[in-house]
Ligand binder design. Structure first.
Ligand code: SF4
Length: 399
């Protein structure tokens, strides 16, 4: 068989639902024609969601960045402040955090992502206190937050096992892990960009423990910090192997490195075509993960729309607040009307979803579209010009 015929035969098998090997995934990623790749991935998506394949989902949520003080100093990160940097470092108090939750509820948000640095004093007790307080006041909010890195850090600070840390923060109110901190899981690129983080194997081990304790998660991948194509596919393999054992990853969310204000100084990047290829290959490779999310926040709205034709079924969120990738230069913003338009003009019916991907409202009639213009991304982010800085929180007027 010629190389072209071999690639087509792998694509056909994958499109028909067959499992592909990491070596085959790498061949597809490197060499399959872009449109054929997208078309095979879209066939898999349509079959998985037969009956609702015309729908693409989004969620309304808020990142609550509780501190930027961090001992881990990742080289791609523009958000953190070293503990000694008292000028740049900040932490939010509980009242501030609860006000942010109240605004989230007021704007129809259903989920919060508690996301911050590895603060040298924040152990399990800190998260127990905050999650319990949020759940006591806002039981309707889903706490989809943190990841293996934070768990490893908080367990070390408190001198307990990660099993105990997960059990305790779950009991206090954490619903699921957001899977942050995966970055690149293979050893070489991980050591190059996050030398003080736990290893990729340890990240996965902690996620596996969480899944076995009944706490599901999403999984992520940071593309564009100098990793090779083979390392990108190895990242997928490592996640798929764990998923075969636990079934606890609900989604896979690749996103791209943002080049501003960090140690890597934008010397590397992932192209938008590479991003689309990754979306398609991940849909073909992950026969055991239900949802693939396109990251319009880091790649832009047009690429976000295209991901819906390359295997993605979800466009993530209207993020009422975001400071982490925005600090590194992610400039894409949206509001609810735009998000609905973005999905509709990509020839899908938009639907607002829950954290666990149930449809809350399907926007199948434009005449009934929501009209609250306050539901916009970054309403109080500190990382962008015009963002409302702590401690003043002001919602935009309805008009
Ligand atoms: S990515 Fe997270 S752990 Fe790494 S430096 Fe930034 S805040 Fe700290």
């Amino acid at each position: 068989m010629t190389e072209k015929a071999e690639l087509q035969s792998v694509l056909d098998r994958a499109a028909a639902g067959g499992r592909i090997t990491p070596e085959e995934a790498l061949d597809l990623y490197r060499s399959a024609p872009l449109h054929a790749l997208g078309s095979a991935a879209d066939a898999v998506r349509r079959r998985r969601y037969a009956g609702t394949e015309h729908i693409a989902t989004y969620i309304i949520e808020r990142n609550i960045n509780y501190t930027n003080i961090c001992v881990t100093a990742c080289k791609f990160c523009a958000f953190y402040a070293a503990p000694k940097d008292t000028k740049k470092g900040w932490s939010r108090d509980l009242d501030d955090i609860l006000r942010r939750c109240a605004e989230t509820v007021e704007l129809g948000g259903t989920q919060i992502m508690f996301q911050g640095g590895h603060h040298p004093d924040y152990g399990v007790e800190y998260y127990e206190k905050h999650f319990a307080a949020i759940k006591a006041e806002f039981p309707q909010l889903v706490i989809h937050s943190l990841g293996a890195s934070e768990v490893e850090h908080m367990a070390r600070i408190s001198g307990v096992s990660v099993e105990e840390a997960i059990t305790r923060i779950h009991a206090a109110g954490l619903d699921s892990f957001a899977g942050a901190g995966a970055e690149l899981l293979p050893e070489r690129p991980r050591k190059a960009i996050a030398p003080l983080k736990e290893s990729g194997e340890r990240w996965l081990e902690i996620m596996e423990i969480a899944h076995k304790l009944g706490v599901e998660s999403t999984s992520t991948m940071l593309m564009g910090t100098g990793e090779t194509n083979a390392e990108r596919i190895e990242h997928l393999r490592m996640i798929r192997d764990v998923q075969d054992r636990t079934g606890g990853f609900r989604a896979f969310i690749p996103y791209t490195y943002q080049p501003e204000n960090n140690h890597l100084k934008g010397r590397t990047h992932a192209t938008l075509f590479e991003y689309l290829r990754m979306i398609a290959v991940s849909r073909l490779f992950f026969d055991n993960i239900a949802h693939i999310q396109g990251s319009w926040l880091t790649t832009g709205k047009e690429i976000g729309q295209l991901t819906l034709h390359y295997g993605a079924d979800d466009l993530g969120s209207i993020m009422l607040e975001e400071n982490v990738v925005s600090s590194a230069g992610a400039k894409h913003r949206s509001n609810l009307r735009e998000m609905i338009d973005m999905i509709r003009t990509a020839d899908r019916v938009p639907a607002q979803r829950t954290t666990t991907y149930e449809h809350i409202v399907v926007h199948d009639d434009p005449a009934n579209d929501p009209v609250d213009e306050r539901v916009a991304s970054h309403i109080s982010s500190t990382a962008i010009e015009g963002g409302t800085a702590h401690p003043e929180l002001k919602l935009l007027d309805a008009n």
